[in-house]
Design a binder for this molecule. Structure first.
Ligand code: ZN
Length: 166
């Protein structure tokens, strides 16, 4: 089992909580689907550094990730950039998106950092729509028929990750 470290910069309590959920729930998914990598906050192994970037609009549902890999596609180091504040439009105006929605955005970028380059479906869909919950905790990102959280990886994404991490 390969270990990868997620190192959180000064990203604020909201993103910190969302990234913790993303790490926990991606690990559960990886274990259930037999993908040989585990993330740990400030753990061992190559590092995914997480920062916020004022240049990324909070209205978007994507961050930006750059990853350096070895010849086998394995991670050497990566940087994940997230919008400073993730927002959602509501009938009462714009508010900060719930932790769950932020978890999906962070998890998407972490999976890119692990070497999953293409966009396909579920967690790794190119296009996701914000679905407002009755309360922020119930906000979802909708990718096709998949409403997340909970995080969902397509069979194709599982194969891509197994191809890199075993
Ligand atoms: Zn992406």
């Amino acid at each position: 089992m390969a270990a990868v470290s997620v190192r959180l910069g000064s990203i604020g309590p909201h993103w910190t909580a969302a990234c913790r959920y993303a790490v926990t729930n991606l690990n559960l998914l990886f274990r259930r689907r037999g993908i040989g990598v585990a993330l740990a906050l400030h753990g061992a192994g190559p590092v995914i550094s997480v920062v916020t970037d004022p240049g990324i609009l909070g209205t978007l549902v994507h961050g930006r990730t750059s990853a350096e890999t070895d010849g086998g596609g394995r991670l050497l180091r990566a940087e994940v950039r997230l919008p400073v504040r993730l927002t959602i439009n509501t009938p009462n105006g714009i508010r900060e998106a719930g932790i769950g929605m932020a978890e999906v955005v962070a998890a998407h970028e972490f999976v890119h950092a692990l070497g999953h380059e293409p966009h396909n479906s579920h967690l790794m869909a190119q296009t996701m729509h914000k679905a407002m919950g009755d309360r922020p905790a119930d906000d979802k990102l909708q990718a096709g028929a998949a409403a997340m959280p909970p995080l969902q990886l397509s069979d194709q994404s599982v194969e891509i990750l197994k191809g890199i991490w075993g």
